[in-house]
Design a protein around this ligand. Structure first.
Ligand code: PLP
Length: 418
């Protein structure tokens, strides 16, 4: 059977992290002789059976190109591909599935908006407003645009807890501002930004807002209509889906005005050597054969998350972050980087003068996977006067015993360094 989405989903199951965990085969393995503790979820999440099975079934039985063939396999592949788009519409509470473009990930989605909307609307002396805590994916595409157009990048600063200084917003938003682009949740600090306030301030001056939701989509229940953002972007692999696939949500009236991103098959209505005409959104922005298996897997990830009690997941993750914060704070010499009152399940820290890479290596030897480095957020690190942090980031399958293993492993590592 194709990957189908039910019109009215069953009631969500009761959330139990222990039961959920068993559905992620990769979590059952040993690493370096220890049961794996996976705390690198902000980089990428593990995949549940449901996603693996959906992709496996597609690859075993339904492989065909989409939107083109009239044969049974192509119809099946197309139905599954478009069913994923509809499931995603429901997940984001978008008005229309035409507002959802499948892309490679958050990075490509931002590049798409910069290359189309940006090139159309941003000129010399215009301003693009970012925040001080952006991932490089939400900085570099705008810099490239600024270099081409003569526009200027401006930045909402943050305080030493990792909260944006909203009192600066009034001055930063001006008649030259063409777009605000900022993270929903910071990948390096965990800060959840007050999007409603920022979007309202931008819209009151007629400025559209792009939200980088890469770190939010697995944790926050989204309603893009209520949020009223103009664009919302994210990657499948951080929400228990496959890599190489992600989503650009854009308000239909904006997408309709935007020129194509890449040219090629599937995005056209007609082609001659003199001129070509283009499809309506979203197909105008999906040139070439897409990542069909990836989209099918992403649809399964949406079904997986939608089948859970998301409020219970959020409560579990918040309690876990709280427990981990208290546990790590008790380690002498450890400083948490990013202490905003509203945070996603991300815990960045530095430990005396131990290099984060050395620390992460020693943790890995004890089966604990964390991330170390600048987390593709060098300007964020600069704000805190550090080159790098160690980062533990949690998913819905993590438990307090994972945190206890992290703390014990940190204790062992410290003995090596001291
Ligand atoms: N934005 C944020 C906040 C991220 O954390 C990441 C990845 O870590 C990205 C964008 C880029 O995502 P991708 O590499 O999947 O395109």
């Amino acid at each position: 059977m194709s990957h189908l989405h039910l019109a009215s989903p069953p009631l969500p199951e009761k959330f139990d992290p222990g039961i959920i965990r068993a559905r992620f085969p990769a979590l059952a393995q040993h690493v370096n002789g220890y049961p794996l503790v996976y705390l690198d979820n902000a980089a990428t999440t593990q995949k549940p059976e449901r996603v693996i099975r959906a992709m496996d079934t597609h690859l075993r039985r339904d492989v065909a190109n989409v939107h083109r063939g009239v044969h049974a396999l192509s119809e099946r592949a197309t139905a599954a591909y478009e069913a994923s788009r509809e499931a995603m519409r429901d997940f984001l509470h978008a008005r229309s599935s035409r507002e959802l473009v499948f892309v490679r990930g958050a990075t490509e989605a931002i590049n798409l908006v910069a290359a189309t909307f940006g090139r159309q609307r941003v000129g010399r002396g215009d301003e693009i407003l970012l925040s001080a805590m952006e991932h490089h994916a939400n900085i570099v595409p705008w810099q490239l645009l600024a270099q081409q157009s003569g526009a200027v990048i401006r930045v909402i600063p943050m305080d030493d807890r990792g909260q944006l200084r909203l009192e600066e917003l009034d001055d930063l938003l001006n008649r030259r501002t063409r777009l605000v682009a900022l993270a929903h949740v910071s990948n390096a600090l965990g800060t959840v930004n007050p999007l409603e306030t920022i979007i309202e301030a931008a819209h009151s001056r007629g400025v559209p807002v792009l939200v980088d939701g890469a770190q939010a989509v697995a944790h926050e229940v989204l309603d893009v209509q209520r949020l009223d953002c103009d664009f919302y972007v994210f990657s499948g692999h951080k929400m228990y889906g496959p890599s190489g696939v992600g989503v650009l949500y854009g308000k239909l009236e904006l997408l309709e005005e935007m020129p194509p991103y890449q040219g090629g098959g599937d995005m056209i209505l007609s082609v001659s050597f003199q001129r070509s005409t283009y499809q309506e959104p979203p197909y105008r922005f999906e040139a070439g054969t897409p990542n069909i298996a990836g989209v099918v897997g992403l649809g399964a990830a949406v079904d997986f998350l939608s089948g859970l009690d998301r409020a219970a997941v959020a409560t579990h993750e918040a309690q876990l972050l709280d427990y981990a914060t208290r546990s790590l704070e008790s380690i002498p010499g450890l400083r948490i980087i990013g202490t905003a009152p509203r945070k996603g399940p991300v815990l960045s820290f530095v430990l005396d003068d131990v290099h984060p890479h050395d620390l992460a290596t020693l943790l890995d030897r004890q089966g604990v996977a964390v991330r170390s480095g600048h987390h593709c957020a060098q300007p964020t690190m600069e704000c805190f006067g550090i080159p790098a942090t160690t980062r533990a980031s949690f998913g819905l399958y993590n438990t307090t015993s994972d945190v206890d293993r992290l703390v014990a492993a940190l204790g062992n590592a410290l003995e090596v360094f001291r």
